[in-house]
Ligand binder design. Structure first.
Ligand code: COA
Length: 151
């Protein structure tokens, strides 16, 4: 497995990974722009010669906060360490661009992802009702980056 920063040419792979991982994921427009806007802190994981997962991470404008915007691994490549490796790369990328704390939102029922985030040192914040629209509650999680440890 290898990791590298997202590149604009990754768009078809991002579409494939996103469609495999989420019933209602990011739009093609956003996936197309992701490497251009956040390529300095977002990564793709290559396994079996093709990209099989990605993490999108971005620093908030005008603050020291970063956000994990997305994390996804194609089903046949899960539970092999790709998600953890992608998260660590995204956190290191955010630290390198000056983020001091990192936030993310996750469906409260997504126990696998929450377990991964807790292993990486994220703590649970509040559950916000209807965060992404009616019925789409999200748990907010956060992690301090100032200790220099990314997990
Ligand atoms: C969440 C996701 C990215 C994890 O990717 P992955 O490559 O399988 O994760 P890893 O193999 O690196 O797992 C790392 C740790 O996470 C935990 N974990 C991952 N998936 C888990 C699951 N389904 N159930 C319980 N724990 C899980 C394990 O504790 C694991 O630790 P271990 O290595 O000590 O066993 C992947 O399941 C996925 O793409 N899911 C669909 C999209 C999604 O939900 N993304 C997150 C949105 S916020």
């Amino acid at each position: 497995m290898a990791l590298r920063p997202l590149e604009p040419g990754d768009f078809p792979f991002l579409m494939q990974i996103e469609n495999d991982a989420f019933s209602s994921g990011y739009s093609p427009y956003f996936l197309r722009e992701m490497p251009i806007l956040f390529g300095n802190s977002s990564y793709i994981a290559i396994a079996g010669r093709e990209p099989q997962g990605y993490v999108a991470a971005a620093r908030e404008q005008g603050s020291r906060r970063g956000w994990i915007l997305s994390l996804a691994v194609r089903p046949q490549y899960r539970k092999q360490g790709l998600g953890r490796a992608l998260m660590k790369a995204g956190l290191e990328g955010l630290a390198a661009v000056g983020a001091r704390e990192v936030f993310l939102s996750v469906a409260p029922s997504n126990e696998g992802a929450i377990a991964l985030y807790e292993k990486l040192g994220f703590s649970r914040g509040e559950i916000v009702a209807d965060y992404f629209g009616p019925g789409e509650d999200r748990l907010i999680m956060m992690k301090d980056l100032t200790s220099g440890e990314v997990g």
